[in-house]
Design a protein around this ligand. Structure first.
Ligand SMILES: NC(=O)c1ccc[n+]([C@@H]2O[C@H](COP(=O)([O-])OP(=O)(O)OC[C@H]3O[C@@H](n4cnc5c(N)ncnc54)[C@H](O)[C@@H]3O)[C@@H](O)[C@H]2O)c1
Ligand SMILES: O=C(O)C(=O)C[C@@H](O)[C@H](O)[C@H](O)COP(=O)(O)O
Ligand SMILES: [Zn+2]
Length: 367
């Protein structure tokens, strides 16, 4: 097992990464100070629960914890206020108290939803992330928790850090290929924003990553988590550098909202968005090689880069006005300066964004 710390003073917490970690969950709950007398709530989804919930429940019960589980339907549509209310109902019925914790066993949907429950139930109780997707190397770290509104992604949420991230890489072996690629979009994003060598390493090792080679994947997820942890430690509430993590998300979130949640997976939408940011970079005078190398990386990871023709540019522009970086009537984009370095560009002209959207319908591979 390897560990990385998210340094946030008194709220610092470890990310444990390794093999066979699920059965150790109870010792971590004890160490984190969750008392046996207070019930724990595990939130999982309909794909993850049949595979991994029994191990986690059994480990906790062996220790003496009272455990209740709530299984949501798998997929982005569950990141909603309606499902949030159902989970809160379970928490009340199970008698969770202020010393209880919510454990998120699943991908980013479970993590974001369960984290929002933990942040708001009785104004905040304990929270543990147990990620089971590649993408969740990103979502489980950093404390952004939320549900979606039909008009805009992650619109109802909070910053609420977990006490612990327990990342058992054995769970990743059951991920479907499309989910593998989607998760790798956020992995390469971490390279594109801050680590040039890592971005090109992802390109060189794409086939090992896609085939879930243990060594390659372990390295990639550790590096991704370390970059994320560092950014969050520097700027927890996104006053500056944390916005780098939003590369590709202005367009990506608009694609998710306009197309319907779950039509494009999050990582797929972000891949199209990162291709768009690289096109925007070229329009703003950066080298076109940034776009070409970005496309090569996304393509190697079997990610989409093309915007389907039926996506209305007007609707996408409208959705982008709800981006959390949109302030005082100005569009802000994270724009690559080179591979491994980005800038926050305020006041991007809407006409330039429209041109990018039109180009995204033409360029890239048809996927
Ligand atoms: N909070 C953050 O900082 C942050 C960062 C990135 C993404 N996100 C959010 O995360 C979400 C996407 O996360 P995701 O891609 O993990 O999606 P997800 O949670 O929907 O998981 C993807 C799919 O894989 C299945 N699955 C999960 N683990 C599995 C396993 N081990 N074996 C087999 N199937 C498994 C799930 O049931 C689901 O169908 C989006 O809502 C996105 O907005 C949040
Ligand atoms: O942790 C962050 O900060 C990120 O931006 C990570 C993103 O990958 C993630 O999708 C996040 O949920 C987006 O946040 P939002 O503030 O744009 O909703
Ligand atoms: Zn993301």
């Amino acid at each position: 097992m390897r560990s990385i710390t998210v340094e946030l003073g008194e709220r610092s917490y470890p990310i444990h990464i390794g093999s066979g970690l699920l059965r150790d969950i109870s010792q971590h709950c004890v160490k984190a100070g969750f008392p046996l007398r207070s019930p724990l709530l595990i939130v999982s989804d309909s794909e993850v629960a049949p595979r991994y919930l029994p191990v986690v429940e059994a480990a906790l019960r062996r220790e003496g914890y009272a455990v209740v589980s709530h299984v949501i339907p798998a997929g982005e549509a569950s990141k909603s206020l309606a499902v949030y209310e159902e989970v809160i109902t379970t928490a009340i019925q199970a008698g969770l108290d202020r010393s209880s914790a919510v454990l998120a066993l699943g991908g980013g949907v479970v993590g974001d939803l369960a984290g929002f429950v933990a942040a708001t139930y009785m104004r905040g109780i304990g929270f543990i992330q147990i990620p089971t997707t590649i993408l969740a190397h990103d979502s489980s770290v950093g404390g952004k928790v939320a549900v979606n509104h039909p008009l805009a992604k992650n619109m109802i949420g909070a910053f609420y850090q977990p006490s612990l991230v327990l990342y058992d890489l054995d769970t990743l072996s059951t991920l479907p290929p499309r989910q593998v690629s989607s998760g790798l979009a956020e992995v390469v994003k971490h390279g594109l924003i801050l680590d040039r060598d890592f971005a090109y390493w992802c390109l060189e090792h794409a086939s090992e990553l896609l085939s879930l080679n243990t060594e390659a994947l372990g390295y990639a997820l550790e590096r991704g988590c370390a970059i994320k942890a560092q950014v969050v430690s520097n700027d927890e509430r996104e006053h500056g550098q944390r916005a780098f993590l939003n590369l590709g998300h202005t367009i990506g979130h608009a694609i998710e909202a306009v197309g319907g949640y779950g039509v494009f997976l999050h990582g797929e939408a972000i891949a199209i968005g990162m291709a768009g940011s690289a096109l925007l970079a070229a329009k703003l005078g950066r080298e076109r090689a940034i776009y070409e190398d970005t496309i090569a990386m996304l393509s190697a990871l079997s990610l989409p880069m093309k915007l389907p023709a039926e996506y209305s540019e007007d609707e996408l522009m409208e959705a982008m006005m709800h981006d959390k970086k949109f302030k005082e009537g100005k569009m802000t984009f994270i724009v690559p300066d080179s591979i491994g370095a980005v800038s926050i560009v305020n006041d991007v002209q809407p006409s330039a964004v429209r041109e990018v959207l039109a180009q995204l319908k033409k360029e890239g591979s048809p996927w």
